[in-house]
Design a protein around this ligand. Structure first.
Ligand SMILES: Nc1ncnc2c1ncn2[C@@H]1O[C@H](COP(=O)(O)OP(=O)(O)O)[C@@H](O)[C@H]1O
Ligand SMILES: [Mg+2]
Length: 232
């Protein structure tokens, strides 16, 4: 579905990514793992067309993404839940959801009713503005908003950051349900245990390069790999 080959990218003269390659197949959950500042968000921003790669190739469903503007990449079927949520503060919950709604071919999987069923609290808060929501509600709104684009691939960057354990559990349950429905997901998160349960494979990034790839079993069964990449 998504193939990233030897991607290099950064912010103007500041090189951040040097050699990032990985794939996400249909229906898979794949994680990007790495300590703070290693280049996970930069990888996601480059895929979304917010940064231009200096070399490498990104292909989504057979279409080359290099050089496409962000709205075209969203139209191609990649939905982003960005770091820091970034819901529209002065729009209501419902306006936030409708703002990004996009139907693909045939009836869309995700509608307002579907998002409200997934997150009932959003239905209760539908007339509240984004800035009146709790952190957890904002996160659910950010996920709902990405789903309203009916993405083939959903990308979440630190979606459980700063949330209470109970709310985090709700987000994980939601992601497990999406996976069970066959939703492809690319995931960055600091909470390793839920990632190990959910993901088909993991991609470890260090200093802008992919240094290890494998499944949850590979990651936890090898003491060296565990210590080196998970610090556990
Ligand atoms: N807007 C920016 N301008 C310049 N450098 C940046 C910018 N954003 C991030 N960086 C740098 O890029 C590196 C990777 O950051 P990032 O991709 O956000 O890491 P991660 O998401 O893995 O924590 C860091 O060294 C960070 O300081
Ligand atoms: Mg980040």
């Amino acid at each position: 579905m998504l193939s990233v080959y030897s991607l290099a990218s950064g912010y103007g003269p500041a090189k951040v990514l040097f050699d990032v390659s990985f794939t996400v197949k249909a229906g898979e959950v794949v994680t990007l793992i790495g300590r703070n500042g290693m280049g996970k968000t930069t990888t996601i921003r480059t895929i979304m067309g917010l940064l231009s790669p200096s070399s490498g190739r990104m292909v989504f469903e057979g279409e080359r993404l290099n050089g496409l503007p962000p709205y075209r990449i969203a139209q191609a079927g990649i939905g982003l839940v960005p770091e820091g949520r970034q819901v529209f503060p002065t729009l209501t919950v419902e306006e936030n959801l409708v703002a990004t709604a996009a139907a693909r071919f045939g009836p869309p999987r995700w509608t307002l009713a579907g998002v409200y069923e997934l997150f009932p609290v959003l239905s209760e808060r539908r007339r509240n503005q984004g800035n009146e929501l709790s952190g957890g509600e904002q996160q659910m709104l950010a996920i709902g908003r990405a789903l309203m684009t009916n993405p083939k691939l959903l990308i979440l960057d630190e979606a459980t950051e700063g949330l209470a354990p109970l709310i985090r559990a709700e987000i994980w349950a939601c992601l497990a349900r999406l996976k069970a429905e066959g939703q492809a997901i690319l995931l960055v998160d600091k909470h390793i245990d839920p990632l190990l349960r959910l993901a088909d494979h993991h991609v470890v990034i260090e200093k802008g390069s992919v240094v290890w790839t494998g499944d949850s079993n590979d990651l936890t069964s090898d003491p060296y790999v565990r210590r080196r990449y998970l610090q556990i």
